[in-house]
Design a binder for this molecule. Sequence first.
Ligand code: SF4
Ligand code: SF4
Length: 388
Amino acid sequence: MNKKVAVLRCEEYCCDTILEKMREAWSLTHEAQVAGGKDNFPDVRNKRVLLKPNVLQDAPPDKAISTHPEFLRAAIRLMKELGAAEIIAGDSPLFQKPGFSGRICGLGDVCIEEGIEWYDFSSGTTIINCPEGKMVNQFMVSDIVNRIDMIISLPKLKTHQLMLFTGAIKNQFGLIPGMSKTPYHMLFPAQKNFAQMLVDLHITLNPVYAFMDGIISMEGPGPANGIPIKSGLILASSNLLALDITASRLIGYDPDRIPVNRIALDSGRWLKSSSETEICGMKFDEARIHQFNKIKLTGSRIQLLDFLTPKIIKSLQTRLSPKPVFRSGKCTQCGECVRICPAEALEIADTAINIDYDKCIRCFCCHEACPFDAIAIKRSWNKKGLIP
Ligand code: SF4
Ligand code: SF4
């Protein structure tokens, strides 16, 4: 498997500049794969290609919640240059109703302007088998998978409250349409199990390449309510695990402690060790993003959770773990968090939202969903779940 990750400087969301960098990244990783004696580099010619941006919410591009529309435009143009027979882009955010067209985030309009189809993943579903899955053997995903030959992933470089970091492998979770994602949070509340489910899905969908939008990334309490930060990078690879390892290392994590990286490494399918990853284009020290505000979580907590029984995990989660707390001054009682909560732990009260911490599985979907930044993740709270 290819171990090279192209890391290139790109300071602005200008389609021509991004396209030039994508071309360079494509050839750098292609050359590396050929030089390494591997001939399985993705061949886009005459293929039907799905471009999968990360669209967590239909939010304006400057919030850095989703892959930037100019990033998608550049990827569309590259696929045209490379001779793709058909290009489709799409996603299905958890919190959007069916019919999502990507207008506010700008991705839908880019597709119209570039003459390609935007596909709402909630339009139809199909079942795919995952015989090699360790946690899941069947997924219900968008039926777009029946119309395409390959997936090219376009993740955004962001922090993530539950998984610490969200990158190329996690981006495929969007192929599970809309609210159909929530049962996975209920079934796999521990990080290790959720990560294994994501890796199972990744094996099944087998995206062939990824370009990561790290031009403006998100630090702090991501993936929805973090802070946009200019990091000026594009990462690309045909090995999505190598890309995620590189990205998480660039923002200051030990990549082995990111749950999805760890589980994917343990499978031995893409890499045996994070140290095998190689960078081309820039040197690591030139690309390193200093003082990136990461989600803090000790390794001991991750490892401990993996060996405890569900009952003890639940008890520890209730007492010790970070939890959603509601900023009553900001909450408009729109009910979005109540609607998406997979554990049915929330209800609208007289002046705010009541939370039942015994039911809450700490998936932080409510934090991602809240359009008014009215939910924080804290370790201390009062009985009503409100920040004092
Ligand atoms: S916390 Fe946010 S999502 Fe929930 S009701 Fe209040 S404003 Fe809406
Ligand atoms: S209250 Fe929030 S964090 Fe808890 S289960 Fe519901 S959506 Fe997840």
